[in-house]
Design a protein around this ligand. Sequence first.
Ligand SMILES: [Zn+2]
Length: 355
Amino acid sequence: MRRYRVTEALIYKWRWRFLNGVNLLWVSLIKSCHGSGGGFSLSSSYRLKSGVWMRMVNLVWNLHNNGKIPFDSMRRQVGNGVSIRFWLDVWVGDIILKARFLWLFAMAVNGEAVISDYWVGNSWEIPWRRSISGGVLESHLQQLHEMLDSVHITDRIDLWRWSLGVEDMFSVKSARSRLDLMSFSMGDSPTRWNISLPIKINIFIWRLILNRLPTRSNLHHRGIDVSTILCPCCGEVIEDGVHLFLKCSMTRQLWLKFARWIDLTVPSFNSIEDVFEWIDSEVVANARRLIIDTTCATLIWVLWTYRNALVFGIVKYKKELMFDSIVSFSFNWFCSMNRKVKKTITGWLQNPLMN
Ligand SMILES: [Zn+2]
């Protein structure tokens, strides 16, 4: 198995080589056959099953989809900003600026602009449809400029950097350590059973860990025709488990709210395994682990329910109600299975770990 992980790391290196080999002949050839993203990018609506290159691309996508190496392990490093889209690529902060500042994006003259379009004579000049003064828009504009102030535009070409290593450069060694770690934390046991949760939720979590949920990306990979593979909540990124349950902007807000609720610092997770690794870590004291496991699993399940309501349009499920659902479902499940523990719904609402 270990040798196989070295092979996986070596294969992953091709994504790095491709992304940073802008001027190389073979990269141009690949682009002419498989599009500007070489099959790695989100814009390719389908990926072929045959050919040496596409077999390799599909292996890379398997590593993304099962959470072994997150898609955003490669991040843009801004040089002259000529090849990075200002609103539509991730280059400052963790998400695209369009998603962070949706209203400002709507006001931008050219949503497809690259960074260098807005960097004029050493300062930022973003043309707007009309002048922005006062109100929410102005405060968003201020936040945007605060973010932009942290970026240095140079005259070097834009690069990609590797976010999982000690340095910005990709190394097979760091990729392999990640793969070793992931296979270790996934372990041999296929299931983690939580006695406070109904059987269907335990099975749901089990399927999630095995990456067997019918997300759009998974359906697409099984050759099922889906109208779109983008996330139904944001419409920006391919919908896989990692995006839907951890990375989508709506999801992140929910996790932040969750962290405030239980009054713990919840790290930013890069894979589903990270969540359970964190729950099992020493950070969470033993007696409270069951409550955190229960509430986390409920959060993930409520998200899935919301997502399904959105996709299938069966019932209207308001986004604002998600948090209330997490509180009430987890309370009912926890109390019906742990009758000796005295909890009240008001205490639970304040902080399930304290009251
Ligand atoms: Zn999304």
